[in-house]
Design a protein around this ligand. Structure first.
Ligand code: SF4
Length: 365
């Protein structure tokens, strides 16, 4: 299992310090460590800490960038737990990875606990031989799930290569078991023109996931019943309302949104896709975005020549876990590097998870 090394702390003393003091502390540490320190910044982080990132991006791209920084000894990931785990899996042996706020988890990743996945795998394998199923895990999952995929001939995917992952998985075995995001799985299945009758959803709280033995035997795609509470905020009505209020509006959403939203949008794709989509629209464009609010509001600041709107209008789609990491957490972690908030993935988990990640790099180009 994954563990934190040494202490996991959020400093009350640092929380009481004014922002300018904290910013000065962070800047000082960055300059003291130079290239030996790399700060990774996910797109959904608070505005005030984003400028301190050496790299800004999505989870997998950031981890790859950090591992490529050969001089870096300390990698601080301003994001959530599974991201820091992935960075540690991809890191060189001499690199240490930290999560500045140890309570920043991902509720969707937590919806697929390894014990429940093992149990489901056992139940399915009683009806279908395990060597007929390829497990596929979304990047937004715990290291143990990635390791489960590695060990069982499976693969990891991101929101940008999920359809390639499904095609690869099907080239290996006739069935796919995908977790933890049902909506991403449904959106990929729609793009790949799956027959809905070939898809079942696995609700781990129910016996056989809520399916009959016949349904399990027949299914080509088994989707874990997990979801992102941020992206499922967006509803088809929001799109209709937006089009009425702003004729000509371009609507772009993340594929963790429900399929009814993705179908009605003008475009959909990963966080990086959304960032580039906004860049590519001509000045004067009105763009409504269905993703995390911190990114939407930063894009609005970065593109004053375009009107950028939150698609939901009023439901406030904030990822509270991404929002947990504050200037105080970052300053404190940098001041105590090597002592607090380090993420360490156990070696056997790391080895198997790396297998699944490397398959993604090798087969999903
Ligand atoms: S936005 Fe959704 S998927 Fe991303 S970290 Fe937050 S809860 Fe998890």
């Amino acid at each position: 299992m994954t563990t934190f090394a040494a202490k996991t702390l959020v400093s009350q003393e640092y929380k009481a310090l004014p922002p300018e003091v904290l910013k000065a502390k962070i800047a000082r540490k960055k300059s003291e460590w130079g290239k030996k320190l790399v700060i990774l910044m996910h797109h959904y982080q608070r505005k005030e800490i984003v400028p301190f990132g050496d790299h800004l991006g999505d989870s997998f791209g950031l981890s790859q960038k950090a591992a490529a920084e050969v001089e870096a000894r300390h990698i601080v990931f301003c994001g959530v737990h599974f991201m820091a785990e992935s960075a540690d899996i991809l890191a060189r042996p001499e690199q240490h990875v930290y999560l500045p706020n140890p309570y920043a988890g991902c509720p969707m990743a937590d919806m697929a606990q390894i014990e429940d996945v093992f149990f489901a795998w056992d139940e399915i394998s009683r009806l279908v031989p395990a060597d007929e199923i390829t497990p596929v895990s979304y990047m937004n999952s715990a290291a143990v799930l990635k390791a489960f995929c590695g060990k069982n001939g499976g693969i990891v995917c991101t929101s940008s290569n999920v359809t390639k992952a499904f095609n690869w998985a099907l080239s290996q075995r006739p069935k796919i078991f995908f977790f933890p995001d049902e909506n991403l799985g449904l959106n990929a299945a729609r793009m790949l023109k799956y027959d809905p009758a070939d898809i079942i959803v696995w609700d781990f709280k129910k016996e056989r996931g809520g399916n009959t033995p016949e349904q399990i035997k027949k299914a080509r795609l088994i989707l874990w019943k997990g979801y992102c509470h941020v992206h499922t905020n967006f509803r088809p009505e929001h799109i209709e309302e937006m089009r009425t209020r702003h004729p000509g509006v371009k609507i772009v959403v993340h594929p963790e949104c429900i399929p009814e939203v993705v179908e009605k949008a003008d475009a959909f794709g990963s966080t990086n896709f959304i960032v580039n989509y906004v860049k590519e629209q001509p000045p004067g464009s009105v763009i409504a975005i269905g993703t995390e609010l911190n990114l939407v509001s930063r894009l609005a600041d970065e593109h004053p020549d375009k009107k950028i709107l939150d698609l939901s209008g009023q439901t406030c789609p904030i990822c509270v876990n991404m929002f947990r990491t504050t200037l105080a957490d970052l300053a404190f972690t940098l001041d105590c590097l090597g002592e607090v908030n380090e993420i360490i993935v156990e070696e056997d988990i790391k080895k198997d998870a790396l297998l699944a990640l490397n398959r993604m790099l090798e087969f999903l180009k």
